[in-house]
Design a protein around this ligand. Structure first.
Ligand code: ATP
Length: 328
C-alpha cells in the first residue's frame, strides 16, 4: 500500500538554473490544488539537516515564475553524504510531519535522494534542474533553453566586434562533460568550429579548417569551446597555439562563465517547470517514489532515479553534421 501523502517538502540542490523558481511554484500550487500542505527547505540538504523550513502556500510563490536563481537558495552539503547527516534530516522531516520530498537539482542531488529513500523508505521525486542538459531521461533539463538563449545573445554581440576588427574569437561556454550548449549555440550563433568533449578535432585540423575558412573569404571567425573540450588544451593555450600557427587574425578569448546560469527563464523553461512540478507532485500522490520527471517526445514521463543517475545523454550526431555543413 502506498503511503498517503499529506505534507510535501521541496528543495533545490547543487548548481542553480533558471526555471528552478518556476518549478518550486508549480510544486507548491499543485500541493495547494490537491489540499496537500507544502514546506520549502532552504539551502538544499544543508537546510534539511538544520530543519530550515518555510511554510509555502499558493500565494507565497507569487511573482517568482519570471525570476532566475532559486528563492529557496541552493547548497552543496557534505554532511548529507554521511549516514549521521541523513539521519538528522529524516528526524527533521518527521518532526514536521512531512511524508514526501521533491528534489530539484542534478544527478548528485538525485543520488542523495535515492540513498535517503533506501535508508528510510521515504518517498522522493526528482525534477532535473541544470543548464548542462546532461541528465538521462529527459530531452531538456530546466534552465538549458534559457542558457542557450543567453549564450546565443552573447555570441551575437561578440560577433559584432569580431567582424569589425577581423578577429578570431574563442568563446568558452559551460559543459564539462557534455557539449549540448556548445553544439546548439555554435550552430545558432554561426560558429566556424565547435569544440566539444565528445569529439576531438585535433589542433592541426582546427588550424587547417580556420585557414580554409579564411581562404574562402571569411574575415572573422568564432570558435565555440565547451569547458570540457577534449582537444587537450585550455582555451588560452588554444589561443596561443593558433596565434603561433596562423597568420592574419587577431585572436581573442572570451569566457562566458556564470552569466550563463542566470537571468529570467525562457517561456520554454517556465512551461517545462510548470509541467514538471505538476507531474512530480501528482505522481507522488499516486504512490510513486524514486522517479525523475522528464520530457520525452513532448510528454511528461517518469524515469527511475537510478537510471537518470547512471544513464548518459548522447550528443546529437545530426547536429554535428549540420554544424559541419554550415561552416562550409
Ligand atoms: P550540478 O549538476 O549543478 O553539479 P548536482 O545535483 O549534481 O548539481 P552535486 O554537488 O553533485 O550537485 O550534489 C548536490 C548534493 O547532493 C551534494 O552536496 C550532497 O549533499 C548530495 N549528494 C550527492 N551525492 C551524494 C551521495 N552519494 N550520497 C548522499 N548525498 C549525496
Amino acid at each position: 500500500m502506498p503511503k498517503t501523502i499529506k505534507k510535501v517538502a521541496v528543495l533545490t540542490s547543487g548548481g542553480d538554473s533558471p526555471g528552478m523558481n518556476a518549478a518550486i511554484r508549480a510544486v507548491v500550487r499543485t500541493c495547494a490544488y490537491h489540499n496537500v500542505e507544502c514546506l520549502g527547505v532552504y539551502r538544499g540538504y544543508e537546510g534539511l539537516i538544520e530543519g530550515d523550513f518555510v511554510v509555502l502556500d499558493a500565494r507565497s510563490v507569487k511573482g517568482i515564475i519570471n525570476k532566475g536563481g532559486t528563492m529557496l537558495k541552493s547548497a552543496r552539503s557534505k554532511e548529507f553524504r554521511t549516514a549521521e547527516g541523513r539521519q538528522e534530516a529524516y528526524k527533521k522531516l518527521k518532526e514536521k510531519g512531512v511524508d514526501g520530498l521533491v528534489v530539484i537539482g542534478g544527478d548528485g542531488s538525485f543520488t542523495g535522494a535515492l540513498v535517503f529513500n533506501q535508508e528510510f523508505n521515504f518517498p522522493v521525486m526528482g525534477i532535473p534542474g541544470t543548464i548542462d542538459n546532461d541528465i538521462f531521461g529527459t530531452s531538456h533539463t530546466l534552465g538549458f533553453d534559457t542558457a542557450l538563449n543567453t549564450v546565443v545573445d552573447a555570441i551575437d554581440k561578440i560577433r559584432d566586434t569580431a567582424s569589425s576588427h577581423n578577429r578570431l574569437f574563442f568563446i568558452e561556454v559551460m559543459g564539462r562533460d557534455v557539449g549540448h550548449i556548445a553544439l546548439n549555440c555554435g550552430i545558432a550563433g554561426g560558429a566556424e568550429e565547435i569544440l566539444i568533449p565528445e569529439e576531438d578535432l585535433g589542433l592541426e585540423r582546427l588550424v587547417e579548417s580556420l585557414n580554409k575558412s579564411k581562404k574562402s573569404g571569411k574575415t572573422s571567425s568564432i570558435v565555440i569551446v565547451a569547458e570540457g573540450d577534449k582537444i587537450g588544451k585550455n582555451i588560452f593555450e588554444l589561443k596561443d597555439y593558433v596565434d603561433e600557427n596562423m597568420e592574419g587574425y587577431d585572436v581573442r578569448v572570451s569566457v562566458l562563465g556564470h552569466m550563463q546560469r542566470g537571468g529570467a527563464p525562457s517561456c520554454f523553461d517556465r512551461v517545462l517547470a510548470s509541467r514538471m512540478g505538476v507531474k512530480a507532485v501528482e505522481a507522488m500522490l499516486d504512490g510513486e517514489s524514486n522517479y525523475m520527471v522528464g520530457l520525452k517526445n513532448n510528454k511528461m514521463e517518469l524515469t527511475p532515479l537510478d537510471s537518470a543517475i547512471k544513464g548518459k545523454t548522447k550528443i546529437n550526431l545530426e547536429l554535428l553534421r549540420v554544424s559541419d555543413i554550415m561552416s562550409t
